[in-house]
Design a protein around this ligand. Structure first.
Ligand code: C5P
Length: 335
């Protein structure tokens, strides 16, 4: 219960609950979860106006605020007991907006971020394709985090089962060639319309596609125990965007099962990336299909050991990892 939330809001927070969390009491479910929660925290006070004005109430609130806990409201007006004054719980819509505001950093205001996400599907014939297990969750979480940070976001999505995050422009594609064309078009718009174009490649693009797409369904030959399919290499989307003369800031991802650091650093240099986030997909608890991730992020830095700086992001929800990545990205844009 305590671990998953990005924000823990107690609404309505009584004077008693606020006193208990201010004191660090954790002898029942609510206060135990509160103390065990790692994300942001907020209270929405609700009480009688005289209780609100009481010195102990105000002292407890000051303690909570000094610990970085947000206080939403209270509103003012007619109260359940008939009194009039401060202490009314804010409306649900106001609370929802205040929750969203907690994540609005403005770190990417003015930037136009183009993100690829999900798998690609490479057709063999009208009914069959080659693909992979990418869920698209990391790319969608990043799109959401970039919007929170004030960026304009274009999300180029392969076939995934995810809702479009609010305020994100989504372009659906199927194959790697479609994804490349959509990426080039979106990056051109980002470069023309924004002082800070950014390209983030989270998609698990199929490395190869069938050389020929059969016009009709491939039939099983009665005597054939094997079927040979010739594959040709797909273009590397992120590398081709990074090759552009006035290239945007380019961030790539790497999913590795071993020698994570060596492969990540090789990709950083070879694909001319400005930042690469790498996860170890041999771990069953993170990465593909999972709601959690843990990453190591690398970027070129002449001052650092072997010319590459690194930061470890501990296991957290993809939403939390996405916000950390946005902070690292924004720091690279300004320095
Ligand atoms: O070489 P590898 O596939 O491991 O590289 C991963 C990174 O390159 C990811 O950022 C992925 O989105 C990107 N990529 C791409 N086009 C490809 C293959 C990978 O943009 N054809």
């Amino acid at each position: 219960l305590a671990r998953w939330a990005d924000l823990f809001l107690v609404a309505a927070a009584s004077a008693d609950t606020r006193a208990r969390v201010a004191q660090g009491i954790a002898n029942e479910l609510l206060t135990s979860c509160w103390r065990g929660a790692a994300g942001e925290k907020a209270v929405a006070p609700a009480m009688n106006q005289q209780m609100w004005a009481d010195a102990a109430t105000q002292a407890n609130l000051a303690t909570l605020k000094s610990r970085g806990i947000a206080v939403f409201g209270p509103g003012s007006g007619v109260q359940a007991c008939g009194d009039v004054g401060a202490g009314r719980l804010l409306e649900a819509e106001q609370l929802a907006d205040l929750c969203a505001d907690q994540f609005e950093s403005g770190l990417l205001s003015g930037a136009h971020v183009v993100i690829t996400a999900g798998p690609t599907r490479e057709a063999l014939d009208p009914v069959r394709y080659l693909s992979n297990h990418s869920s698209g969750k990391m790319g969608f979480a990043l799109a959401e985090a970039c919007v929170e940070a004030g960026a304009r976001v274009t999300l180029i999505a392969g076939p995934v089962h995810l809702p479009t995050p609010a305020r994100v422009q989504r372009v659906d594609v199927v194959s790697a060639l479609d994804m490349l064309a959509a990426s080039e078009a979106a990056v051109a718009v980002a470069k023309a319309g924004s002082s800070q174009p950014v390209f983030i490649a989270t998609a698990a693009v199929a490395d190869y596609r069938p050389a020929q797409v059969a016009a009709q369904k491939i039939k099983k030959g009665l005597k054939d125990d094997t079927l040979d399919i010739t594959l040709v290499k797909n273009p590397d989307i992120v590398a081709s965007i990074a090759e552009q003369a006035d290239k945007p800031f380019v961030m790539g991802f790497a999913a590795e099962t071993h020698a994570v650091e060596a492969y990540a650093c090789d990709k950083l240099a070879r694909k001319k990336l400005d930042l690469i986030a790498c996860n170890d997909v041999s771990r069953a608890d993170i990465g593909f299909q999972s709601d959690d991730n843990a990453m190591t992020v690398f970027w070129p830095d002449t001052q650092a050991n072997e010319g590459v700086a690194r930061v470890e992001l501990a296991k957290a929800s993809k939403a939390q990892i996405a916000r950390e990545l946005v902070r690292l990205l924004a720091a690279r844009l300004t320095y």
